[in-house]
Unconditional design. Structure first.
Lengths: 123, 396
């Protein structure tokens, strides 16, 4: 696997773990632990995929995505969430939205990242 | 094993109060016992009259599922009449009466119907006294006293049944309220725990390649992974139970959902599926809740069965009033006294699990206007029977 991936989660351990396991899979992964830090990182670098937590202090993942879309035209977005209900996740899955419920098996994260990148490339 | 008290029983103080207030005496008891041989031939007629009256009342009729159940209830009613005239009115007698009130909550009988039902029986008994006692050379004053004794014992019986009914009903309501409050707190905690679990899960994965070949290290990582998966499942059940939403129904292809649930389940291929409905058969219900219902019933059955999924069967049948789902396992079965309890939240007989799975099943089924029960499987094991009513037949 290859590609540059930014991981945004206010839980530092999780951001680092996710980055670490993506690096083991061959990606270039950069952890970020706040929306502000993510915006700063995104202003200087381009990413293929941005993996972001939905609920974060200050700014949630949905708003952060809105802010990043313009500076990252080539990136697809994958949300990680501890708060979605099973019904909502089912809905997200059916509409091919990149939403991953926490906790997750690393394999399913990578699968979702690749799926979203493929959709992005086609569009 | 259980957090709830089990057998219903009448408090001594209530019993004393009732007997003295209603004025039931030892003489009353003796009269009832003396009249038994003369009145017994009229029991069959009284029982038939009672069930004729039930048949004429749609609300009362709805409580009974079929003729088999009515036959069973007729035997219960005969026992009740036999003991009413037994002359022995002790602790066991009154506890048995309490169980009748308790059973009525379980089948959802309205207490006003209990009062009406008692009156039907009372009238049959008075008529029988009028028919037989004269011929049997009872003195007029004895006959009057017997009428009074019948009234008194029926009053006591009814009071005990109603009291047990209201106690049980109140405790169920309290349980539901407690669950709602608990649900809110549990919901928040459940969500919050998913973040640390996500850290643990990814850490376990990262460690796996580092301990490769180290048998002990691998064993412990496997244990950690299993426990993380278990914690996740518990959280999912708590959240589902905490989120009490009414079903959003649509036409759903039932077998499609069953196939997908079975396919995602560990060992799912070994589950025997019997469906007497067409492949494209549709039924109106909430698809997410049906998925949850299948998952919980099958998980439960797999865990109960010593052979795992290989010991589990699921049948789907169309009935005149709805859709029947039957899940059977070859485990130890569910003893009689636990059969209603296993559907209560926080009740569990397993070492693993917190007892939300079947509670959730019951809520899903009831919110679809159906019912769920557990009986013995022929040949050993448990048989969970679910009936989901067709939408048109669900009354709000």
């Amino acid at each position: 696997m290859s590609g540059r991936i930014l991981i945004v989660d206010d839980n530092e351990d999780l951001a680092e773990n996710v980055a670490e396991l993506l690096i083991e899979e061959g990606y270039q992964a950069i952890p970020s632990i706040s929306p502000e830090d993510a915006i700063a990182k995104a202003s200087s670098e381009k990413y293929d995929c941005i993996v972001l937590d939905v609920r974060m202090p200050g700014m949630d993942g949905i708003d952060l995505r809105r802010k990043l879309v313009r500076s990252q035209p080539g990136a697809c977005f994958v949300f990680m969430t501890a708060y979605a209900s099973d019904e909502r996740l089912e809905l997200a899955k059916r509409s091919s939205l990149g939403v991953l419920p926490k906790p997750f098996a690393p394999g399913s994260l990578i699968e979702l990242i690749e799926q979203c990148r493929a959709i992005k490339r086609e569009s | 094993m259980t957090m709830f008290s089990t057998e219903p029983s009448v408090s001594d103080s209530l019993l004393e109060e009732l007997i003295s207030y209603i004025g039931f005496t030892a003489e009353d008891g003796a009269l009832l016992a003396r009249s038994k041989a003369l009145l017994e031939p009229s029991f069959t007629g009284a029982i038939d009259a009672f069930y004729d009256a039930i048949g004429a009342n749609p609300r009362a009729r709805a409580v009974f599922e079929d003729e088999v159940q009515i036959e069973r209830q007729k035997r219960v009613l005969r026992d009740w009449l036999e003991t009413l005239f037994s002359g022995v009115y002790d602790r066991d007698y009154f506890d048995a009466r309490a169980r009748i009130g308790y059973a009525h909550v379980r089948i959802g009988l309205d207490p006003s119907l209990m009062v009406a039902a008692m009156n039907i029986l009372r009238e049959s008994l008075h008529a029988a006294v009028n028919r037989h006692m004269d011929a049997a050379d009872w003195e007029p004053h004895e006959i009057v006293a017997l009428h009074s004794a019948i009234n008194r014992i029926c009053d006591i019986d009814l009071a005990i049944m109603l009291e047990t009914y209201s106690e049980d009903y109140t405790s169920r309501m309290r349980g539901a309220e407690r669950l709602a409050a608990l649900g809110q707190v549990a919901g928040t905690i459940g969500h919050e725990l998913r973040n640390p679990l996500a850290v643990m899960e990814t850490s376990v994965h990262l460690l796996r390649s580092r301990v490769a070949g180290d048998e002990k290290g691998e064993r412990h990582l496997r244990r950690l992974a299993d426990q993380i998966a278990l914690s996740s499942r518990i959280i999912r059940e708590i959240l589902a139970l905490a989120r009490d939403v009414p079903p959003e129904t649509e036409k759903v292809r039932v077998l499609g959902i069953l196939e997908s649930v079975v396919g995602e389940m560990e060992g799912g291929a070994e589950i025997r599926v019997h469906a007497s409905i067409a492949e494209d058969y549709e039924f109106e219900l909430d698809p997410g809740q049906l998925r949850q219902l299948f998952t919980n019933l099958l998980t439960n059955a797999i865990q109960a069965s010593p052979r795992g999924a290989a010991g589990v069967e699921i049948s789907i049948e169309e009935h005149t009033d709805g859709l029947a789902i039957i899940v059977e396992d070859d485990g130890p079965g569910v003893p009689n006294h636990l059969r209603s309890k296993i559907f209560e939240p926080l009740f569990t007989t397993r070492m693993r699990g917190v007892g939300f799975g079947l509670a959730l099943c019951r809520r899903i089924v009831e919110s679809h206007g159906g019912h769920i029960r557990v009986v013995d499987r022929v040949g050993g094991g448990a048989r969970f029977e679910v009936l989901l009513l067709r939408r048109a037949e669900v009354t709000p």
